[in-house]
Write a new protein. Structure first.
Length: 282
């Protein structure tokens, strides 16, 4: 049965990460609640447009001070976001070279989060829609230097296409540990990217599993399986994704759903059920 953690490069990584996007003034409360409920990984970004990284840090520090949680028990993941993905609330000087922007953004992340080491640091999206630009490689080199200096434990990417990941794998000195992507059922649950990840030893993190796949969530296939296991359709989709080998992001704002999402580690789909969902093409 898939557990709540897995080992990656000797580090214990939770298989369910609590996503902190779009929560605005509820961010700190929801992160605190998620940690109390049992989530052991949080995903954020130094991108004020969608995240309140400083509120994630406030909640994390408050929970650590309560003494029921140790820093090493929680995987903290944040991101560097290029200018095109930001609004006017920038965490760096836009006139500075890209390498300086990454440095400035990272220093601010450490300060927002109140930590010395970021467990996982992602390049939020490539700077260009196809291939990789000079800025992507420049940003990656700085991320590699954070790794060398022990300031991050993993580096990775997000919103990458398969060819972009392959290019990065060719050029990286420190290989990406994670790819975090929106996972569409209609694309075989990001089958081509997952295949590259499996071959290259990169861990795939899936987001929008429920929101991007409403047809799958509502399908009779998934709902029949849910009835058989006495679980919800949402739990079946999340469990399915775990059994495909993904690390899952969920940003639920509902405490009952937090319990449900964590409970996907308590049941198992059969191989036939997993195959059926994988190939339904919904
Ligand atoms: N790298 C990127 O560019 C990127 C982009 C988007 C998101 N992300 C990350 O991924 C995280 C998750 O984002 P997401 O796009 O997957 O959406 P999300 O914010 O997690 O939304 C999930 C939706 O599913 C519902 N839900 C969750 N668990 C459920 C359950 N057990 N039963 C019924 N409904 C349930 C939630 O409703 P309730 O709130 O009512 O439970 C919500 O409507 C974000 O917070 C962020 O950290 C990253």
């Amino acid at each position: 049965m898939t557990q709540r953690t897995r080992q990656i490069g000797g580090v214990t990584v939770p298989t369910l990460l609590y996503g902190t996007a779009w929560k605005e003034e509820r961010t700190a409360d929801l992160v605190a609640r998620a940690l109390r409920m049992g989530f052991r990984g949080v995903d954020t970004a130094n991108q004020r447009r969608h995240y309140r990284e400083a509120d994630v840090g406030r909640a994390l520090q408050a929970e650590l001070q309560r003494g029921l949680l140790r820093r090493e028990d929680v995987l903290v993941q944040t991101k560097f976001t290029f200018r095109s993905g930001q609004d006017h609330r920038l965490p760096y000087d836009p006139a500075a070279p890209v390498a300086c922007q990454v440095q400035q953004s990272f220093e601010r992340s450490l300060s927002h989060l109140g930590i010395d080491v970021v467990d996982s640091y992602l390049l939020h999206a490539p700077s260009v829609p196809q291939g990789l630009g000079k800025a992507d490689i420049e940003a990656w080199r700085v991320m590699e230097s954070f790794y060398d200096a022990g300031k991050v434990r993993f580096i990775g990417v997000s919103n990458f296409a398969p060819d972009q990941l392959l290019t990065l794998l060719r050029r990286a000195r420190v290989r990406p540990a994670f790819v975090q992507n929106r996972c569409y059922a209609s694309q075989g649950w990001d089958a081509s990217m997952r295949a590259i990840c499996a071959r290259e030893g990169v861990t795939y993190q899936g987001f929008s599993l429920l929101t991007a796949n409403e047809r799958a969530v509502r399908s009779s296939l998934v709902n029949d399986i849910a009835r058989r296991h006495q679980r919800s359709a949402a739990q079946v989709i999340i469990r399915f994704a775990l059994q495909l080998g993904m690390v899952i992001l969920t940003g639920t704002t509902n405490p009952a759903h937090m319990v449900d999402d964590l409970a996907v580690c308590e049941f198992e789909l059969t191989v036939a059920e997993t195959r059926a969902i994988e190939h339904a093409g919904t």
